[in-house]
Ligand binder design. Structure first.
Ligand SMILES: Cc1cc2nc3c(=O)[nH]c(=O)nc-3n(C[C@H](O)[C@H](O)[C@H](O)COP(=O)(O)O)c2cc1C
Length: 325
């Protein structure tokens, strides 16, 4: 199966990315995974100032995956420019890199995009609108506030020509609206989903397992939410979609393609097995051979409202699309 795919006007050698916050800035994983096998990766979310992160413990495992409340620990804008991006520029060849940015205010998103835009080494921005672990906003992500989504995406759009990818939340009770707002305000693609709010309690004491109390669920338990979000988004936008949530294997990625994702991201699986993405990429070729699918793009274009790999510029019209067959 041919895995190359063209999205955002760019050729990716395969549709597999590592998800934000699960591969640092690349170099943290470079000793255990050959980054060059990836379609791309998304950096840890960068904030204006360095952040040490939330109280420990920050991660806990459970049968369905992981709960985390890292609290956006990251080196901040200046160190990212000085150290992290130069490393990516000098060491990462084939994978495409999105820099994830996370503001605590609308204006901070603009400052981050402006501050990073002139640097080398990356393709575009993933705008993290959906972090459930930022106590300063009371745990309510921007993604659940359509007017904030509109302001952030339109403001970022004015500040960069690079691809802008809006990362949305799984617990959005009006996801179709958020998807349409992000599309109308100039996002080039959407990432669905970030982690889902949750808590784990110590069975003896009843205290939360994480230092911060609540956290975000990731891993296999998140996959049905991620798939549902991608399907719902597919019906409401023509934009290409990144499918994220609980992808462990090639088959999980295929499921996301069926839902309408053009590209996929893997997070928690790499904690359990750093080379999980490499294995899934190999597995995808085998899956294609077995099911006689010639290309990843064929899977994507067969999804309901498919065509996610193309760079259509006209608004997606479900009625017209149905007539097209
Ligand atoms: C430890 C950890 C840290 C994360 N940090 C970020 C982050 O900085 N920015 C972000 O947008 N998402 C972050 N995420 C969410 C992931 O990018 C991804 O959306 C989520 O984990 C679902 O994918 P998965 O089930 O494959 O892990 C983090 C997830 C984990 C597990």
């Amino acid at each position: 199966m041919r895995l190359e795919t063209e999205v955002l006007g760019v050729r990716f050698q395969n549709p597999f990315f590592l998800a934000a916050g699960t591969c640092g800035f690349g170099l943290e994983l470079a000793e255990v995974l050959d980054l060059e096998v990836l379609g791309g990766f998304v950096t840890k979310s960068v904030t204006l100032e360095p952040r040490l992160g939330n109280a420990r413990p920050r991660v806990a495992e459970f049968g369905g995956g992981m709960l985390n409340s890292i609290g956006l620990a990251n080196p901040g804008l200046e160190k990212t420019k000085r150290e992290k991006l130069p490393w990516i520029r000098d060491n990462v060849c084939r994978p495409r890199v999105l820099v994830s940015v996370a503001g605590h205010t609308v204006t901070e998103f603009f400052m981050l995009v402006e501050g990073l835009d002139s640097e080398d080494g990356f393709l575009g921005f993933e705008i993290n609108l959906s972090c459930p672990n930022d106590a300063r906003r009371g745990g309510k992500p921007f993604a659940l506030d359509p007017s904030a989504v509109a302001e952030i995406i339109s403001g970022c759009r004015m500040r960069t020509q690079r691809p802008l990818v809006a990362k949305l939340a799984p617990n959005d009770s009006d996801l179709p609206r958020t998807v349409r707002v992000a599309t109308e305000q100039g996002a080039d693609a959407l990432t669905l989903v970030n982690t889902l709010p949750g808590v784990l309690l110590n069975v003896s004491t009843g205290d939360p397992e994480l230092g911060a109390g609540d956290g975000g669920i990731s891993g296999p338990a998140l996959r049905p939410s991620g798939l549902r979000a991608v399907r719902e988004a597919r019906a409401n936008t023509h934009l290409p979609l990144f499918g994220v949530g609980g992808i462990l294997t090639a088959a999980d990625a295929v499921e996301y393609a069926h839902a309408g994702a053009s590209l996929v991201q893997m997070g928690t699986a790499s904690f359990a097995w750093p080379r999980a993405a490499e294995q899934a990429i190999e597995g995808l070729m085998g899956w294609g051979r077995k099911h006689q699918i010639g290309a990843w793009d064929d899977l994507v274009s067969k999804s309901p409202g498919g065509n996610g790999s193309s760079s259509r510029s006209e608004p997606f019209d479900p009625i017209e699309s149905a007539e097209e067959g």
